[in-house]
Structure formats: structure tokens, C-alpha cells
Design a protein around this ligand. Structure first.
Ligand code: FES
Length: 149
């Protein structure tokens, strides 16, 4: 099975078709941006992009990636230039434990890609199903606002 991963053409064994895509990304490609949180598509920690859309990699089989473009947190930066959402998280210190940051960032990048002028309400709605146990929601929203500017 072939797909594009952070801009590079990659191949995995067809026998892995039913394996959750998250496991392939973390274990076979050592991409530790996407996190294992709940494992049932509820928390958002494992969010990646499939053809530009946010998707929860813990609950979709690797076969879903076939022929698609997969982007993980590691693929957002251009060289040493972080994506504005990543930079916003740093500037606003939007991570406490940091476990949710991957999902928050990937979700926001997907939103701003399709809607660069998303309103505060749209940002909140988009992040409503990304869970953060530390409670850095205000910093996360400030990071999102900064990235949108
Ligand atoms: Fe995938 Fe929670 S680990 S949604």
C-alpha cells in the first residue's frame, strides 16, 4: 500500500491494512506528534490530516491512507519556519502537559486552511471535541487568534 507522508512517498505492507493508522505512524515511521489518548476517536490527541482534512488516526485503518496525502504535526513546518499555529502555541504558552497540543494544532490548521478568517465562535466549535485536561483553553484560543492574524 502506498501513500504520501509529510510530502514523501511511502509504502507499507498490505498485511497492515487493518492496523490503526496511528500505530503505523508512531511505530513504523517514528512520528510521535500524533498521540494515543482514548483510542476510540473521542479526545482528538491523535489528529492528523488526510488530504487536508482533520482525521482521528486511532480509529481509522491504515488502508484509509492508500493513495492519499497524510500530514502529521511533523510535516507542518517549512524548514525551520514553524506553521503560524505552532508558533502561536509557543508564543502564548498554550501547552501545559502538551498531550492535547497535537490535536489542537492539527485541527486549527485544517480549519484555517479551509477558512482563514474563521470567527472565534467557529474556532471554539472546531475545538469543542478536542479535549484538554490541563485547562489551557484560554491560551489555546489566544494562540489560535494570533495564528489567524
Ligand atoms: Fe484518537 Fe483519542 S486517541 S481520538
Amino acid at each position: 500500500m502506498h501513500f504520501t507522508l509529510n510530502g514523501k512517498h511511502v509504502e507499507i505492507d498490505d498485511a497492515l491494512s487493518d492496523t490503526p493508522l496511528l500505530y503505523i505512524l508512531r511505530n513504523d515511521f517514528q512520528l510521535n506528534g500524533p498521540k494515543y489518548g482514548c483510542g476510540i476517536g473521542e479526545c482528538g490527541a491523535c489528529t492528523i490530516h488526510i488530504d487536508g482534512l482533520a482525521a482521528r488516526s486511532c480509529s481509522i485503518p491504515a488502508a484509509s491512507a492508500a493513495g492519499k496525502s497524510i500530514v502529521t504535526l511533523e510535516g507542518l513546518a517549512e524548514g525551520t519556519q514553524l506553521h503560524p499555529v505552532q508558533q502561536g502555541f509557543i508564543d502564548e504558552q498554550a501547552a501545559q502537559c502538551g498531550y492535547c497540543a497535537n490535536g489542537m494544532i492539527m485541527t486549527l490548521v485544517a480549519l484555517f486552511t479551509r477558512q482563514p478568517d474563521a470567527s472565534e465562535q467557529q474556532i471554539k466549535s472546531e475545538l469543542a471535541f478536542n479535549l484538554c485536561r490541563c485547562g489551557t483553553h484560554l491560551e489555546i484560543l489566544r494562540a489560535a487568534e494570533k495564528a489567524r492574524e
